[in-house]
Each structure stands twice: as structure tokens, then as C-alpha cells.
Design a protein. Structure first.
Length: 44
């Protein structure tokens, strides 16, 4: 497990697989208007 992000820390670069297919590079693929990211695990 990695360390938690602190205040003012940069978000690490990662690639997410999308449910609809394809991928999304975070944070570069989000654009400048987004300020928060929510990860939802889904159902058990």
C-alpha cells in the first residue's frame, strides 16, 4: 500500500480502465476544470 496524499501533494499518474471500454490517464486526461476525484469500488 502506498502513502496517503497530503495537502498540496501531486496526484500520481495512473491509467484507469473504463467500464465503457478504453482507458483514462489520470490526472492529465481530466482537464483543468476538475478539482476532486471519487473512486467508487462498486458492489461486493
Amino acid at each position: 500500500m502506498t502513502d496517503k496524499l497530503g495537502i498540496g501533494a501531486s496526484f500520481p499518474s495512473l491509467t484507469l480502465d473504463l467500464v465503457s471500454g478504453g482507458t483514462l490517464d489520470v490526472p492529465t486526461g481530466l482537464g483543468p476544470k476538475y478539482k476532486a476525484i471519487l473512486f467508487y469500488r462498486g458492489h461486493w
